[in-house]
Design a protein around this ligand. Structure first.
Ligand code: FES
Length: 177
């Protein structure tokens, strides 16, 4: 349970906000990182910590593409193919990525390592083709850079080095002030 495993971190996080509910996105990231995706049980757990109705968590999970309601691969490759990126070749890039991974968009490779998704604007339109992998941006991509990224992520997975640690990012500023 999140409350038991991250008691100190959650207390420190909640102390930073005037209202508990303001920490909802942080706790949703924490739950997703812990369980791999936001299951119904995970959303109810977050709602319980924050004294919110579970339907509120469900609505946020549905709104933000960063939250997954289904199991995903270890690395979620979210390629923006919204209009501005499409004008810079994002659709061809998505096709190339799907070919390299051997799975179509919105699916996961059989080894569970990669989930390929397409998403709406991530705010890096001028650096397309771009993707976000586990909250980290990769920009000005081409086939060579994509190959290098896949090789790097496979090497990190083989070394047991998750990339990146969402929990570390969530709590990196807790206690700084
Ligand atoms: S349209 Fe792709 S980042 Fe904005």
């Amino acid at each position: 349970m999140l409350r038991d495993k991250y008691a100190n971190e959650i207390d420190a996080l909640l102390a930073r906000f005037p209202q508990k509910k303001s920490a909802v996105l942080h706790l949703m990231h924490l739950a997703q990182n812990e369980y791999g995706y936001l299951s119904d049980a995970a959303m109810r757990e977050v709602a319980g910590i924050l004294d919110l109705d579970p339907t509120h968590i469900l609505s946020l999970a549905g709104f933000y593409s960063l939250f997954y309601e289904e199991p995903t691969g270890r690395y979620v490759l979210e390629i923006c193919n919204d209009l501005a990126c499409a004008l810079r070749g994002a659709d061809d890039f998505v096709d190339m990525a799907a070919r390299k991974l051997g799975v179509p968009p919105e699916s996961t490779t059989p080894d569970g390592l990669f989930t390929l998704k397409t998403v709406m604007c991530l705010g890096a339109c001028h650096r397309a083709p771009m993707l976000q992998c586990n909250l980290k941006f990769y920009e000005n991509l081409d086939e060579t850079r994509f190959d290098a990224l896949l090789a790097d992520l496979r090497a990190k997975a083989a070394a047991g080095d998750p990339e990146p640690s969402v929990v570390e990012r969530i709590f990196s500023y807790v206690g700084e002030r």
